[in-house]
Design a protein around this ligand. Sequence first.
Ligand code: 13P
Length: 287
Amino acid sequence: MLVSAKEMLTKAKAGKYAVGQFNINNLEWTKAILLTAQEMNSPVILGVSEGAGKYMCGFKTVADMVKAMIDELKITVPVALHLDHGSYEGAKKCIEAGFSSIMFDGSHYPIAENIEKTKELVDTCNKLGLSLEAEVGAIGGEEDGVIGGGEVADPAECKMIADLGVTMLAAGIGNIHGKYPENWTGLRFDVLAKIQELTGTMPLVLHGGTGIPADMIKEAISLGVSKINVNTECQLAFAAATRKYIEEGKDLQGKGFDPRKLLAPGVEAIKATVKEKIELFGSANKA
Ligand code: 13P
């Protein structure tokens, strides 16, 4: 069932667990995540970055594929189709294409402009019954070999954005997209606690879920994180399983070159990763 992320995240915040956002790249990815969420009886959020949207032939193709898949696979758990780190223009396109949830990442704008653009999208999303995620404090990551520490959000700015009526709020607390560097100093729980204190019942979002140790994930959930984004970890699992298949020469045996066979170990690896995260986040049987 395609729904906005509002109800599932409100329940998660109240129940002290988190719903996973898993980013999708193609049909296999989408199918693996949907089937695992159904098997685990867990709500789930499918994340689509602007780049992945382009790769999959546009947001409309993605929305139509996801809706048809939910129908064909008889997926009854709540599923939100969510634009990840959307631009203002990308947000509008996804709204038109039939996404049920939008992230507008205005964190690179000065706070006044972030507020203005977020506010406009709050109104549009509210009218259409869509959920909206906003961001304060850019999430770090690796770019051209330079590793950023991850910008830490100002709790007062978080409060300003939360008060605009967004559904959920992503705040940088030292988290990073991709693998964490050896010298990473961990999440800023002091800042997270302050943000939660100021924003109350607002579900908080933790980006860069790949490689965050289980104890830190649990502590983040206890401090109000109700949505956790995972992308790279599924990619690494898929790549490792595919590499193993080829290195074992399985593509050269019989019809092992058939894409349905060649991609199967990768799909199973994604399923195992998603299952593990759902268990860790505590969203199993919360559909
Ligand atoms: P990772 O790729 O580090 O898991 O981050 C995912 C994410 O935050 C998507 O917005």
